[in-house]
Design a protein around this ligand. Structure first.
Ligand SMILES: [Zn+2]
Length: 200
């Protein structure tokens, strides 16, 4: 699979699994050169992205559209560029407004490794960052850098009132991580409800 095929597959998986509805969320992939990124265009839906390149645009890590490309990148282009500059091992980024993860993040507590699968795959709690903005801004970068300095292998974090940011060696791995986090958040919330109801 080339990068566009991976991006389209990841976008469709995230949409059909309910991680992202409408035209929100965004995802990207480090390009083959390693120095630029293919990032979702502004305004489109995950479900309309395709492997021909519709729905994506190539930019540098500062969000500047490459010569010859046309269109406007997602408003989260700063976040995507930041993640690739944080670590050479990051090859894909998926950001989704996933309901259960958002509901959990209002607690402002890290998402625990509630299931054995989560322990096996992630091996760490998922930190929650309280950034009071609908987009990640340059002034927020230090909070994210601090997280990855503490754990260079961190697979994701969750933004309060906003959503999941998952990373991976490629965009497919990042999307799978976002799915696992959303699933874990749902189970964690259900468990909390069951405990409250006295089910166990
Ligand atoms: Zn967002």
């Amino acid at each position: 699979m080339n990068e566009l095929e991976k991006l389209a597959t990841a976008a469709h998986r995230a949409y059909t699994r309910g991680l992202q509805t409408g035209n929100g969320g965004n995802l990207s992939s480090r390009s083959a050169s390693g120095k630029t990124m293919l990032v979702k265009s502004s305004g489109g839906s995950f479900i309309d992205c395709d492997s021909a390149g519709n729905g994506f645009i190539e930019t540098d890590f500062d969000g500047n559209v490459l010569p010859g490309a046309s269109g406007k990148p997602t408003r989260e282009v700063f976040l995507h560029g930041l993640m690739y500059q944080l670590s050479d091992s990051i090859g894909g980024v998926v950001h989704t407004h996933s309901p259960n993860a958002i509901a959990w993040a209002f607690s402002k507590k890290p998402l625990p490794q509630t299931t054995l699968h989560m322990q096996l795959k992630m091996g760490c709690d998922i930190p929650v960052l309280d950034i009071p903005s609908a987009t990640v801004r340059p002034e927020d970068a230090d909070q994210i850098r601090t997280l990855f300095k503490a754990n260079p292998k961190l697979p994701a974090f969750i933004l309060v009132g906003h959503g999941i940011v998952a990373v991976g060696k490629d965009v497919l791995e990042a999307e799978h991580t976002a799915e696992l986090i959303e699933e874990t958040a749902q189970i964690t919330l259900m468990k909390a409800i069951c405990e409250k109801l006295g089910v166990y």
